[in-house]
Structures are given as structure tokens and as C-alpha cells.
Write a protein that binds this ligand. Structure first.
Ligand SMILES: Cc1cc2nc3c(=O)[nH]c(=O)nc-3n(C[C@H](O)[C@H](O)[C@H](O)COP(=O)(O)O)c2cc1C
Length: 396
């Protein structure tokens, strides 16, 4: 009989060898409709796939016989020390994946000395994250028609010591995640199949739903109509409340309410990056929202070099969407990013095992990044440069 490779099947995150293994553990740990919420992309998921394919088109050109002893991932972001050139991206509804939700992710980030970004749609109060997790905290902002909601979040985040505000700009017109929508009879009402599937995940049912109740949008609930407060009902109602009028003219309004670092998330063109410089922003996050918004969108890694060349001296450049390996992170750093934001990779860890799982995801990514750094003859992230990369015309 031919030898067959055996994929990862366990649940023990310590045995997971890579993010794909953690994804498998996550898939088995939560009901299908919860996993689909994390996993899915918009429409035909072309952007979702393209985010991964774009990395495969970039190949390393490694120099050899370099002394790589004493390698370190330590770097600086906004002049403050950072354990690695990484940050955790804002993701809403983390409490649906694990009862510890945002606290678990923020604690894992703090253990690695990297920033954690709390979503405006989080299921934990921003004050509780600051008190219970600590570390370096960034706050994400969505602007709703009711401007006082955003003003309240900015005021409270500043009072709780959040260092930076990430103003997300690519979700004002919300993407259609069709596979996610199929799991609901109507907005906020899971299908019968989805409800039955929760019975096959008794641990999740007990820990998340029965013990804690359906997670709620804790930072917004005082402003929301009752039907929009719960994570299941609100996830479809809240996007309809986003302000479609929001534009670059509103950066001055944000600045009136926020004096900390300001990053614009969702930038993909040189023109927009230049505008961010002109308006006094501190950074940009090149992102297509992990393929969840506009289908057939460029992958951020494809536009990184041109944006870094145009504005890299004036702005901190952060990038996300599709990062699952240390090699992916190394490619972005080589093309001019200051840091990479991790979205689904740490969510897989969270869904599989809470804080220990999120910690394992960061451990895997940093081990891989440290290894590739050495394989490329470098000792520090700043030594990575575009000379180490070549665009391949062949897909993998
Ligand atoms: C489940 C999920 C929820 C998300 N929620 C938010 C959010 O509330 N605010 C935001 O700015 N981005 C949100 N994003 C986008 C992430 O911040 C990030 O851009 C994306 O996950 C990066 O792609 P990756 O998951 O492939 O790493 C979400 C992404 C996921 C997967």
C-alpha cells in the first residue's frame, strides 16, 4: 500500500505545527456557522483566494554564507519597542469563538510584546480589556450615522490609555458574505441546520451560549436598538447603521476627538496613502479586510512596494489580509511594511483553545519568521529588503 501522509487531526494546540493545523482544530471546536463567520469571504471569494495566491507569486532570492547568530525579531513601532513586527487585527464578535474572546487575544499579544487591536464591534468593553489584559492596545473605529457613538468610543479609548486609533474605511458599504448568510433563515435567525449543529459542539454550547448568554456588542449597546444588541442579531443590522457619507473630509473631525496615533485601515492606492500623509495621519493599514468586503480586489501585498516607496518615509505602514506563515510576513517586511496584522490566524487559535491557542498561533508565526530571517541571511527585520524577492511568473 502506498504511504499516505496523515494530516493534523487532534485538538491539542501544542501539537499544531502551523496555522493550517490550528485552523483544523478550530473547525472541529465550534459550530459550522461560527466557523463560517470567521472563514468566509465576499461573493465568489476571489479576493479571499487571491490574498494567498499573491504570496506564492513572490519567491525568495537568498544570499548564502552569512553569519546569522543572535537573530531577534524585536523592532519599534511608533518609536516604542515591539517584540516582533506583528499586531493582532481588529475582529468583531470574538466572544462567539471562545468565552474569553478579546481578553484572551489581548493577553496573548501582550505576552509577545505586540499591539492588540480591539474592534468597535467587540463583545468585551474596551475598559475591561485595558484592565484585564493590559499590554499595548489599539482601538478600531467604525463610524455610524449617529456620530456620537464614534465620539463616545474615542473618548473612552483615550481615557483607558489606548495608544492608537484604527479608522476602518472599507466597510461603509458592507460586503455580501453569501456562505455566511446561508446559515440564517433571516437576519439574526440561524437556520434550523445551524441550530442543530450547536448540539454537536456541547463544549461550545455550554461555555459560550449557556454560561455567558449570546455575546453582545458591549461597546455600543447603550446606543443600539434592542434587536441589534446581540452578536447574532446585530451582525446583520449594525452594518446598515454605518455612515455612507464618511469621507476624507471627516479626518479633521476624528482628529478633533483623538489626539493619539491615527491609522487609516483599508488603504490600497498611492493616492489615498498620500492623502493620509497630507491630513496628518500617522499610519495606514493596507488591507482588503481579509477578502470579506470587495470581491476581485487587489491583494495588499501586490500594492505594498509602490505605496511604501511613495509614503514610507512619512507613515508607518501596516499590512494585513492572508498572512498565515512567517514567510508571508518576511515578504511584506522586505517590500517595505513596518508591521503585519494577523486576522484569522490568531482567531483559529482562539476558537481552538482560547488564550493558549492564540498564544500558539503567535508562537508559530514568530518561530517561522525567525527561521526565514536566518535562511535569508538576516539577523533583524530591518535587514530584509526587496533585493531578497523576485516575482515568479509561475503559480505554485
Ligand atoms: C471574523 C472577522 C471579523 C472581522 N471584524 C473586523 C472589524 O470588526 N473591524 C475591522 O476593521 N476589520 C475586521 N475584520 C478584518 C480584519 O481586521 C483583517 O483586516 C483581516 O482579518 C485580515 O485578513 P486575514 O484574516 O486573512 O488575516 C474582520 C475579519 C474577520 C476574519
Amino acid at each position: 500500500m502506498p504511504w499516505k501522509r496523515k494530516p493534523f487531526v487532534g485538538r491539542d494546540v501544542r501539537a499544531a505545527l502551523n496555522i493550517a493545523d490550528l485552523r483544523e482544530a478550530a473547525r472541529r471546536s465550534v459550530p459550522g456557522f461560527v466557523f463560517e463567520y470567521v472563514e468566509g469571504g465576499a461573493e465568489d471569494e476571489v479576493t479571499l483566494r487571491a490574498n494567498r495566491d499573491a504570496f506564492a507569486a513572490l519567491r525568495f532570492l537568498p544570499p548564502t554564507l552569512r553569519n546569522t547568530e543572535g537573530r531577534s525579531l524585536a523592532t519599534k513601532l511608533f518609536d516604542a519597542p515591539c517584540g516582533a513586527p506583528l499586531a493582532i487585527a481588529p475582529t468583531g464578535l470574538n466572544g462567539m469563538l471562545h468565552p474569553q474572546g478579546d481578553i484572551a487575544l489581548a493577553r496573548a499579544a501582550a505576552a509577545f510584546g505586540i499591539p492588540y487591536t480591539l474592534s468597535a464591534l467587540s463583545t468585551t468593553l474596551l475598559e475591561d480589556v485595558a484592565k484585564q489584559a493590559g499590554g499595548r492596545l489599539w482601538m478600531q473605529l467604525y463610524v455610524m450615522r449617529q456620530r456620537e457613538i464614534a465620539e463616545d468610543i474615542m473618548r473612552r479609548a483615550a481615557a483607558s490609555g489606548y495608544e492608537a486609533l484604527l479608522f476602518t474605511t472599507d466597510a461603509n458599504v458592507f460586503g455580501s458574505r453569501e456562505w455566511d448568510r446561508r446559515n440564517y433563515r433571516r437576519p439574526g435567525r440561524p437556520s434550523r441546520r445551524a441550530m442543530l449543529d450547536t448540539l454537536r459542539h456541547p463544549r461550545w454550547l455550554t461555555q459560550v451560549l449557556l454560561r455567558g448568554g449570546i455575546p453582545r456588542f458591549r461597546n455600543l449597546e447603550m446606543f443600539l436598538p434592542p434587536a441589534a444588541v446581540s452578536a447574532v442579531g446585530g451582525s446583520t443590522i449594525i452594518p446598515q447603521m454605518f455612515a455612507p457619507t464618511i469621507s476624507w473630509n471627516d479626518i479633521a473631525w476624528v482628529r478633533d476627538h483623538w489626539s493619539g496615533k491615527l491609522l487609516i485601515k483599508g488603504v490600497l492606492t498611492v493616492e489615498d496613502a498620500r492623502r493620509a500623509v497630507q491630513l496628518g495621519c500617522d499610519g495606514v493599514v493596507l488591507s482588503n479586510h481579509g477578502g470579506r468586503q470587495l470581491d476581485h480586489c487587489v491583494a495588499p501585498i501586490e500594492v505594498l512596494a509602490e505605496i511604501a516607496t511613495a509614503v514610507g518615509k512619512h507613515l508607518t505602514i501596516v499590512i494585513d489580509s492572508g498572512f498565515r506563515r512567517g514567510t508571508d510576513v518576511a515578504k511584506a517586511l522586505a517590500l517595505g511594511a513596518d508591521a503585519v496584522m494577523i486576522g484569522r490566524a490568531t482567531l483559529y487559535g482562539l476558537a481552538a483553545a482560547g488564550e493558549a491557542g492564540a498564544h500558539r498561533a503567535l508562537e508559530l508565526l514568530t518561530i517561522e519568521l525567525e527561521r526565514v530571517l536566518g535562511q535569508l541571511g538576516c539577523r533583524a527585520p530591518r535587514e530584509l529588503g526587496p533585493n531578497l524577492l523576485r516575482v515568479s511568473s509561475r503559480a505554485c
